[in-house]
Design a protein around this ligand. Structure first.
Ligand code: GLN
Length: 208
């Protein structure tokens, strides 16, 4: 049975996620489609959703205005897997604030039980790469690409920490059941293991 993964295509690095997901389907040997989601009515067709990196205030506002936010919230609450990368993780979160400007009262899905600090690395080092150990995808380190990235400041008791930065243990990847959030951009590392991990969740969900 063919699986359909959607990439929310309102703003951000949509193409990169589409390509990484296609690549991941190929390496898993799975038959599947990857489609760009622009309208809420398309959300009914998918078995999993990726919310890309970009600018979380823009993605949240556009998704609210066109009605997608509500439909995504309903489907994810009902068990559909979702992967939020960078800005996408912020949109998934219950609480977010900016390191410099504080509360921005932006539109959030309010699903992932974490508090996220946006732009947590500041201007000095706003982009960097770091090798991460992510046990659920295997022993080989995963190259995390961080671009004006958030960090997870606190997690609810129902949230698993998937990865931390070596320097001082900052949380940069989490999972709460069907929801995965990463501070970094797995779609940019040329390594599809995280997308593969996500697709496996989508497959289980579809076959449940
Ligand atoms: N700084 C962006 C935000 O706060 C996230 C950046 C990204 O997705 N690369 O929304």
């Amino acid at each position: 049975m063919s699986i359909t993964i959607g990439v929310l295509a309102l703003q951000g690095d949509v193409e990169e996620n589409v390509n990484a997901t296609r690549e991941a389907l190929r390496s898993l040997g799975l038959d599947g489609n990857v489609i760009q989601i622009k309208y809420p009515e398309h959300i009914a067709r998918i078995d999993g959703l990726i919310i890309p990196g970009g600018e979380s205030t823009v993605i949240g506002t556009l998704a609210m205005l066109n009605g997608s936010l509500k439909v995504i919230r309903e489907r994810v609450s009902a068990g559909m897997p979702v992967l939020g990368t960078c800005a996408g993780m912020i949109v998934l979160a219950k609480r977010a604030y900016d390191r410099v400007v504080g509360e921005t009262r932006q539109q959030l899905l309010n699903l992932l039980d974490v508090t996220v600090e946006r732009n947590a690395f500041g201007r000095q080092i706003d982009s960097f790469e770091a090798d991460l150990s992510i046990r659920v995808i295997g022993d080989k380190p995963f190259k995390g690409v961080f671009i004006r990235a958030p960090v997870v400041k606190s997690v609810g008791s129902n949230v698993d920490v998937l990865a931390r930065l070596d320097d001082n243990n900052r949380i940069v990847a989490v999972q709460q059941g069907n929801m995965i959030g990463t501070s970094f951009h797995p779609e940019l590392s040329g390594d599809t293991r995280l997308h593969e991990y996500f697709i496996r969740l989508c497959k289980e969900y579809k076959n449940r």
